[in-house]
Design a protein around this ligand. Sequence first.
Ligand SMILES: Cc1cc2nc3c(=O)[nH]c(=O)nc-3n(C[C@H](O)[C@H](O)[C@H](O)COP(=O)(O)OP(=O)(O)OC[C@H]3O[C@@H](n4cnc5c(N)ncnc54)[C@H](O)[C@@H]3O)c2cc1C
Length: 382
Amino acid sequence: METRIGIAGAGFAGAVLARELAESGRFHLTVYDERTHVAGNCHTSRDAATGVMVHEYGPHIFNTSREDVWQYVNRWSKFHPYVNRVKAVTAEGVYSLPINLLTINQFFDRKLTPAQARDFVGSLGDGSIGEPRSFEDQALKFLGRDLYQNFFYGYTKKQWGVEPTELPASILKRLPVRFNYDDNYYNQTYQGIPENGYTRIVEKILDHPRIEVRLGERLHPEDAAGFAHVFWSGPMDGYFGYRLGRLNYRTLRFERFEESGDHQGNAVINYCEEQVPYTRIAEHKHFAPWETHEKTVCFREYSSHCEPGDTPYYPMRLEDDKEILGRYVDLARKVPNLTFIGRLGTYRYLDMHVVIGESLDLAKTCLASERSEWPKFSGAPL
Ligand SMILES: Cc1cc2nc3c(=O)[nH]c(=O)nc-3n(C[C@H](O)[C@H](O)[C@H](O)COP(=O)(O)OP(=O)(O)OC[C@H]3O[C@@H](n4cnc5c(N)ncnc54)[C@H](O)[C@@H]3O)c2cc1C
């Protein structure tokens, strides 16, 4: 007999898991999404005025080094090769990101080789900083004041809404500089954009006789009684009615504008100055260079603190958040027949390929074990 499973959320986390479990033939899955579309924050749709495929919740470029995840997404769609090359507008001019040899040579008006640039940037760092305690310390230690001030300070403050001195050093884990002319934003083996958008992929993933999709419907914790097990890709604090407090998120607002031709000549341009109120402008037709459109549609992206009722985008994971998160995790471990999955369920910033990979792995674990042994989380929240 089929076991009934409920899933909150038809994003990649919920959809991939639903499909893998459905294909085993042992389960019937009901997938709820309170939105009226599938694909969660990766949702894409054709803009009615311009015909451009728009990434409704911000630009999404698929990238992964996991062979099985790449094979998986290619099962559902043709992917066009796409390299994300971001530009940065700073007080001093327009430069290439991530900071690379071209950025360094143009910004400092030099003609340095890779080895010379490494020594040069090394000499800019603030040697008086021992163990960096904040994002700012970390940046100053490795890059020095000029690069930090022009490329990181304003952008980081706008993105996170706090002084970079209040952010952990771990945000800037590695030296964010390349000493060659590689301006590919990602370091992964595979990178691409799906021909007909992400929503089409998720629709296909969910198209299975053992999967019922209910759009515009929220799954409530008390609905769990109707299911043998529930997978929850909504916010973990929301599941518990915020009883221990709210985890901090950043939310985004997108300001749309359209014009004819080409607005900025690139898909993504970051605005690093603090005085410019938005963090970046995305011109979506450049994500699909194989298409032709006379008009263009762009979105200015504004970041702000996520208040009740706003859409949560980026988990902040400040020290206070981690303390509350730890207590929610303890609560979560005690709820039977429930697994938290995905970006919101585990309160981590996760790229699509990580979410898909975790759902594939989780499905394997579930299919190989007794239901009472199923994991509490698709990935460790802490
Ligand atoms: C601005 C931005 C840009 C990004 N760019 C990239 C990129 O370029 N490349 C990349 O790989 N990744 C990118 N990501 C990450 C990507 O968006 C996530 O990896 C992906 O959305 C995670 O999928 P998910 O299923 O965990 O969550 P989501 O996509 O958030 O889906 C969760 C869904 O669950 C629904 N839901 C929640 N609770 C309930 C409930 N109780 N009942 C019913 N429905 C519920 C929500 O409505 C939502 O639709 C970006 C993220 C952001 C914020």
